[in-house]
Ligand binder design. Structure first.
Ligand SMILES: [Zn+2]
Length: 623
């Protein structure tokens, strides 16, 4: 389907991006813009910004951004045309179709989809209607896959010949280069082409919206010389890490039940679905990716992981669990009896027995413990320590503090260990795993306190001054000449409180005078490793800094925000310095006996108070 360019413009102009995005992400007003938690990456502090004025969105965390169509494409995993259609539908705009004017992008994608549909029909026809499809039909019958299920999942059969699909595609005037791009055919050394899928059962892989984006092919008999599964390579319409097999079929049921069952293979999924377990997706044999988990999280956060009992399956499941925990999923694990997979299990024991298994699924910690127990890790004291550490590490991945504590309690109970001991261990992981988030939270508290109590009160905590000093150092390593200049216009290296900071600032100052400001260049010039590491850790904190200058990002570009932000930091730092000086003077005044000295200090304080006022009002200087 093709939509004329002018129509697309009309739709774009009539749509309000805020209305569309608000349908998926909770947005709240901040200044001129709206902010919310980014749907494209995991975060706790909103960095996803929508501008109603400009009709664009941008995430300061993961840098995704674009217009209304781009948002729908990314969020829903749909094509450009689909996103235009969707917006048109929302607006009640009728689409007229035109075969002459259309954009390059949609043409490209649509052509690929069309080729895949053609191939899917070809494979399906082979399975259901061809004579040599009898073999495949018999196979599916033995696997107890009903005809209706075969049709529902669009199963197909690739014949063993080398140029079967190729011939069909040529007959239908398909651009062979495009079919090559989709991995349906491959190129011979002599320049000719041949079918990629031969002698295989074909599983079309669909987008969550039901478009054919790729194929999986399974051999009928296991043969060590041939790969059991063959999958389409990635293409512009198929990103492996972002697609889940079966989601198109199961998404409604997943949403309805608010839980999902994760299996490994195509056959597992199809058998369960046929058996009445319809809230199921398949990872296709590998461990889950973050993108897949993210995709899934739009439907539910409750998952039961079901993996084969072999070692590879267990490894994959442990890795998957880790990713799921990080995205706050409630994870349960089912291990099936030896030599059973979901496919064989449901065929043998039926739906009720399967549901029984699901209902008694262990939480991931119990599962992990059982794995270690099975390996005999708890017999050996050294291994036991390592195992417990691993368990605590898993618990540390859980974002929800309450859940985390419950898990910790259950570990301590199970192994008869003091909770305090485990807590210490947990803290270790938390500090390494979540150092950024914790720091972000600290920064937030500090700035909130300032708003609430005023600056004078908050400087009681001496760490605040050094906190700002840290930010000043961080600003010096942002690679922005204007910012560095601003800093040195108001702060001299010797104004900083520690030797390390003084030295660093001095080094940057000298380089700045020689026009060297690139962070990579500056870091190179740091002599000792400890300081270098400190700067690297500050660089990691950049995220926090950018979070804070997000507050300034109503209209201006990122660099302008940074400049504005640096002004604010410099101002606050200067105020802290002045107040500290006044406070010290006041203390000295109470100690001194010489009246002249007291008068001098009082005069000094008067000047400082005036200076403070000037800085605060932002007048009299460039601040
Ligand atoms: Zn993001």
């Amino acid at each position: 389907m093709r939509i004329p360019e002018l129509k697309i413009e009309e739709i774009r102009a009539s749509a309000n991006i805020l209305d569309v995005i608000s349908g998926y992400v909770q947005m709240r007003k901040r200044g001129k813009n709206y902010i919310g938690l980014c749907p494209f990456h995991q975060e706790k502090t909103p960095s996803f910004t929508v501008s109603e004025d400009k009709q664009i969105y941008h995430c300061f965390g993961c840098h995704s951004g674009g217009n209304v169509f781009k948002f729908l494409m990314e969020y829903r995993n749909i094509s450009f045309v689909e996103s235009v259609q969707e917006v048109a539908e929302m607006l009640g705009i009728k689409l007229s179709f035109d075969n002459e004017t259309y954009t390059q992008e949609q043409t490209e994608n649509e052509l690929l989809y069309e080729i895949n549909v053609l191939a899917a029909k070809f494979f399906s026809n082979n399975l259901f209607n061809s004579d040599d499809g009898e073999f495949a039909r018999e196979y599916l019958k033995n696997r107890k896959i009903k005809l209706a299920t075969q049709r529902a999942f669009g199963l197909g059969f690739a014949r063993p010949e080398w140029e079967n699909l190729l011939f069909y595609l040529k007959e239908n005037n398909v651009d062979i280069e495009k079919a090559l791009q989709l991995g349906l055919i491959d190129k011979r050394d002599d320049g000719g082409y041949y079918d990629k899928f031969r002698g295989r059962l074909i599983f079309p892989i669909l987008s969550p919206n039901g478009r054919v984006i790729a194929f999986g092919g399974r051999v009928f008999e296991n043969d060590a010389k041939v790969a059991k599964y063959l999958n389409s390579p990635e293409s512009i319409i198929y990103l492996k890490r972002k697609s889940l097999y079966g989601l198109f079929h199961s998404k409604d049921e997943i949403r309805r039940l608010d839980k999902v069952v994760l299996v490994e293979g195509y056959m597992d999924l199809i058998s369960l679905y046929q058996g009445g377990i319809k809230n199921v997706v398949a990872s296709s044999g590998t461990s889950l990716t973050e993108d897949q988990v993210h995709l899934l999280s739009r439907f539910t956060k409750n998952i039961t992981v079901l993996f084969d009992a072999d070692t590879a399956g267990e490894k994959a499941s442990l890795r998957s669990i880790e990713i799921l925990l990080k995205q706050d999923f409630d994870v349960r694990v089912v291990s099936l009896p030896e030599n059973e997979d979901p496919d064989s299990f449901i065929n043998k024991f039926g739906k009720d027995a399967f549901e029984e298994k699901i209902n008694h699924a262990k939480n991931f910690l119990e599962y992990q413990t059982a794995q270690y127990e099975k390996r005999g890790d708890f017999q050996d004291p050294v291994k036991q320590t390592a195992a417990i550490r691993e368990l605590v590490k898993s618990a540390a991945l859980v974002n929800d503090e309450l859940k985390r504590n419950i898990l910790l309690k259950s570990i301590s109970k199970k192994f008869n260990l003091r909770e305090k001991l485990l807590e210490a261990e947990l803290d270790n992981f938390l500090t390494s795993e979540r150092i950024k988030e914790i720091r972000a939270a600290e920064f937030k508290t500090i700035s909130n306190e300032q708003k609430k109590d005023g600056l004078a009160d908050s400087i009681k905590s001496s760490s605040l001054g050094s906190q700002f000093e840290k930010e000043i150092i961080a600003l010096l390593f942002e690679g922005n000449t204007e910012v560095i200049g601003n800093v040195f216009d108001h702060i001299l290296p010797e104004d900083l409180s520690t030797e390390q900071f003084k030295k660093l600032a001095q080094m940057v100052y000298e380089n700045y005078l020689n026009d060297v400001t690139a962070p990579s260049a500056l870091i190179e010039k740091i002599g000792d490793e400890e300081t270098k590491n400190f700067i690297f850790s500050l660089a990691l904190n950049k995220e926090i800094i950018s979070k804070r200058w997000e507050e300034y990002s109503y209209n201006a570009g990122v660099d302008a925000d940074l400049v504005q932000y640096s002004r604010d930091v410099i101002k606050k730092f200067s105020l802290i310095k002045i107040e500290q000086q006044i406070k010290e003077n006041n203390e000295a005044i109470t100690q001194l006996e010489n009246e002249n000295e007291i008068m001098d200090l009082m005069r000094l304080n008067k000047e400082l108070t005036e200076e403070k006022r000037i800085v605060q009002n932002g007048s009299g200087g460039s601040l």
